[in-house]
Design a protein around this ligand. Structure first.
Ligand code: AMP
Ligand code: MG
Length: 411
């Protein structure tokens, strides 16, 4: 078991132990927000046939030579074609077809005139202008040519992609899987909202914090169980939840107290312990192990420490699997407009707020206390400050490195 390892080493260990989850075939109707597991090329032309862009008349451009207000041209209307019809009747010289938007251009016709620009007299239509071949109709494949690449592997499926794929008649697509994650919150002091608190007890918030977080990262939460600080109970919950998930996340019981039992429980179950603790703050209670081919993350019971570790380790791993890159933390730089008096002997991640200002994007520390157990500070934070080991106090105006959360929610 490794201890106090750098974040990058921990991530590498996790990456090397990710399961090879197969893609999932889903109905296009259920594919919104998923990432494609395959590249998709056009299987047909779009539009599949030459079609009218207007409600009007399809005719032969050469017939209109010399037509004008003073010299109107009269064509015989020989057919009527609606969207969805077949264009069965050919158009010969001196003829026109009444045609609606989206209807197929009949054989022989090579242009369309809008009905507002014509006069109709029984079975004749009067044309007052010359037209060019190709005017007002879309040739087959004008939009999409059969064989052209439409969406490459990894593309996030949103409404435009879905509509393009639907226009090909695709019913199902292969998408990257959503990892299945089971959650166990541990602690004998924990009560569920709605229950009566006895002295010494607190309401459990981590299960809400972490399961919502998991879903926000594109994971499926397969179980959310609670265990007291009791080896048998923790073992039972692990054994119960492990078969139905790809990963297990726990909170609580990973520090050095007498009731911090997760490490010994995992050892007794025969798990391979990858590491315990990271070389960063707040990273002194994180455990990572593998049991039955499933990676297990033991996060701190302290909410802020748990969620920071989650974002640094669990989030990128989930995204490696589901390819939903827009849900990952975004690394960037910003001007610090606050003050941090402390030096940072070890690397530390601080809860912070990124705001737009006349100087561009600036970052300040979240208000209030910074201890790992402070819950409220997670409300306003939308980014983490990454302060390298050995940093002197931070001064206002200096540039800092930040990890921004997706804009959907706060820290
Ligand atoms: P632990 O990691 O078990 O030592 O817990 C650290 C701190 O987090 C303690 O003050 C716990 O009471 C608190 N804590 C543990 N689990 C939860 C939870 N599910 N919800 C809220 N606070 C928790
Ligand atoms: Mg505890």
């Amino acid at each position: 078991m490794k201890q106090r390892i750098p974040l990058e080493v921990a991530k590498e260990i996790i990456r090397n132990n990710l399961p090879d989850l197969p893609p999932e075939k889903v109905l296009l109707a259920e594919a919104s927000g998923r990432a494609l597991a395959e590249s998709i090329s056009a299987t047909i032309n779009q539009p599949p046939f030459a079609c009218s862009l207007l409600d009007g008349y399809a005719l032969r451009a050469e017939d209109t030579l010399g037509a004008s207000r003073d010299n109107p041209l009269k064509l015989k209307i020989v057919s009527q074609i609606f969207a969805g019809d077949r264009a069965e009747r050919q158009i010969n010289t001196g003829e026109a077809a009444r045609i609606m938007t989206g209807a197929p251009i009949p054989e022989g016709a090579d242009c369309v005139i809008g009905q507002e620009k014509t006069d109709r007299e029984n079975d004749k239509v009067k044309i007052f202008q010359e037209l060019n071949p190709g005017q007002n109709y879309a040739p087959a494949g004008e939009d999409i040519k059969k064989g052209e690449l439409l969406c490459s592997r990894g593309t996030l499926l949103r409404s435009p992609q879905l509509s393009v794929l639907a226009s090909m008649g695709l019913e199902r697509v292969d998408v990257r899987p959503l990892p299945k994650v089971a959650l166990i919150t541990t602690g004998s002091e924990l009560k569920a909202p709605g229950e009566q608190l006895e002295p010494g007890q607190i309401y459990s918030s981590n299960n809400y914090l972490i399961s919502a977080r998991l879903e926000e990262c594109g994971a499926e939460v397969t179980a959310s169980l609670v265990a007291g600080d009791n080896k048998i109970e923790i073992k039972e919950k692990i054994i119960e939840s492990l078969p139905g998930c790809d990963f297990l996340v726990t909170t609580g019981g990973v520090s050095v107290g007498e009731k911090d039992l997760l490490l010994s429980v995992l050892e007794e179950l025969g798990a391979e312990i990858f590491f315990w603790k990271l070389d960063l703050k707040p990273g002194n209670s994180i455990l990572c192990a593998k049991l039955d081919e499933k990676v297990i993350f033991g996060l701190s019971g302290n909410p802020a420490a748990a969620v920071i570790a989650f974002d640094l380790l669990v989030r990128p791993m989930l995204i490696e699997i589901n390819s939903l890159d827009h849900l990952n933390l975004k690394k960037s730089r910003a001007v610090f407009i606050d003050e941090l008096k402390k030096t940072s002997p070890t690397r530390r991640f601080l809860r912070a707020v990124l705001v737009s200002s006349s100087r561009g994007e600036v970052v300040k520390l979240s208000r209030g206390r910074r201890r790992p157990g402070i819950l409220k500070s997670t409300l306003e934070c939308n980014c983490l400050l990454d302060i390298p080991a050995g940093s002197p106090p931070l001064k206002s105006g200096q540039e800092v490195e930040i990890y921004q959360l997706p804009e959907l929610y706060n820290y």
